[in-house]
Design a protein around this ligand. Structure first.
Ligand code: PLP
Length: 406
């Protein structure tokens, strides 16, 4: 299928916005993605015609809403290659998904147990582990990286001891773009009898993810980075693990029977879904996936790769521009610094020209420190971006540099 990028851009109404009088060039897709009409429309339609609490009512609208929510779960399960939709838990996003695993799995661990993370983690895959480590006396170890931004797999293997009880690492780095070899990471952990949690926040929108093939025990991601609404995300977990874990939050929906003395818990996935879920967000989420599939997701991924290569080549030609993260297997983002220019000033000036980029530590302070900088500028692409936008970006970047370098 040949991609029609103009048609795709028409599906995303926000791309018609003007920023300070300039056409918006949105290069901050690693922070959040824009939403196609289909997603916005279905959510608006549900609020207008079918809003009723799910799993509770005997009335028709409630039954329709329940069916739509559970159908969304099946669509998402299929998208990530999960064997059963019971293994797909709805959460608020990647952050909550990782917190869910941290707060429940930690109850099965013992003082002195070790958790392996990596140097390239987002804070949401560091802080939850530090919180339980502090509470229960666990030890956290981090896999080092090389100067290109590759995880050092030999060093990773050396971190295992008989106390290692968990590995939790990112699939794709939101700063370096490095695509980690999750299959290998998982195989090594499993050879030590250790389960693996993967932060898939940056991966799901830019790679084909098959949790079954990767053989991960848990996989966390957010809707909003996948063209779906904010406030909804997923934790995939292998059934045997989800059965073993205690519940996360307590409340309605997650129970089987409650007396004032004791509660028994619901079956999967409801055991982990206390309270009224975002049953309209879930349908929006599934609609985003349907949108990707009708547009040939593989072709979209390939197109994004060509944008990344094109921009990398152009940016490399700028004097004093350093790209952080040059791994061979890379996706979606280019973090960079320019000699004599503060990333924040550059981001601010580019904004005045209509170009939205990210600057700062990208919620990955340990990594930014490892890079030896105070922060970086970052451009990140989605399939609705164009080569022409990259050309305009390059032109405006050069203009900003003449101003900033005086
Ligand atoms: C965005 C991101 C997160 C956090 O996702 P939320 O949607 O904010 O919960 C975690 N890890 C990575 C790699 C990310 O890019």
């Amino acid at each position: 299928m040949k991609l029609d990028i103009d048609k795709i851009r028409n599906d995303f109404p926000i791309l018609k916005q003007k920023i300070f009088g300039n056409p918006l060039i949105y290069f901050d897709n690693a922070a959040t993605t824009q939403k196609p009409n289909e997603v916005i429309d279905i959510m608006s339609r549900l609020y207008r015609t079918q809003n009723a609490n799910i799993h509770r009512g005997v009335h028709l609208m409630s039954q329709q809403a329940t069916e739509a929510h559970e159908e969304a779960r099946r669509v998402i399960a299929h998208f990530i290659g999960a064997t059963s939709s019971d293994e797909v838990l709805f959460t608020r996003g990647t952050t909550e998904s990782i917190n869910l695993v941290a707060s429940t799995l930690s109850q099965l661990m013992k003082r002195g147990d070790e958790i392996i993370i990596s140097t390239m983690e987002h804070h949401s895959n560091i802080v939850p582990w530090q919180m339980v480590a502090e509470r229960y006396g666990f030890v956290i170890k981090a896999i080092p990286i090389d100067n290109e931004g590759n995880m050092l797999y030999d060093e990773y293997e050396k971190l295992f001891t008989e106390r290692t009880s968990l590995v939790s690492v990112t699939h794709v780095s939101n700063v370096l773009g490095t695509i980690n070899d999750v299959k290998k990471i998982t195989a090594i952990a499993h050879s030590h009898g250790v389960p693996v949690v993967i932060d898939g926040a940056q991966a799901v929108a830019h790679l084909r993810v098959d949790v079954h093939d990767l053989n991960v025990d848990f996989y966390a991601f957010s809707g909003h980075k996948l063209y779906a609404p904010t406030g909804i995300g997923v934790l995939y977990g292998k059934r045997e693990w989800l059965n073993k874990l205690p519940p996360y939050q307590g409340g309605g929906e997650m129970i089987e029977k409650v007396t004032l003395e004791k509660t028994t818990y619901n079956t999967l996935p409801y055991k982990f879904e206390a309270g009224t879920p975002d049953f309209i967000g879930s349908v929006g989420f599934a609609q985003a996936i349907k949108y990707l599939n009708t547009n040939d997701f593989d072709a979209l991924i390939e197109y994004e790769d060509s944008l990344l290569r094109y921009a990398t080549e152009k940016m490399t030609q700028i004097d004093g521009l350093h790209i952080h993260g040059t791994a061979e297997k890379k996706s979606g983002v280019i973090s960079f610094n320019i000699d004599g220019v503060h990333h924040f000033d550059l981001g601010t000036l580019l904004d005045k020209t209509g170009i939205a980029i990210r600057t700062g530590h990208h919620c990955a302070q340990p990594l930014v420190e490892r890079l030896g900088v105070t922060g970086t500028a970052r451009v990140s692409f989605a399939f609705y971006n164009t080569f022409e936008e990259i050309d305009i970006f390059m032109e405006k970047l050069k203009r900003c540099l003449t101003i900033l370098k005086g």
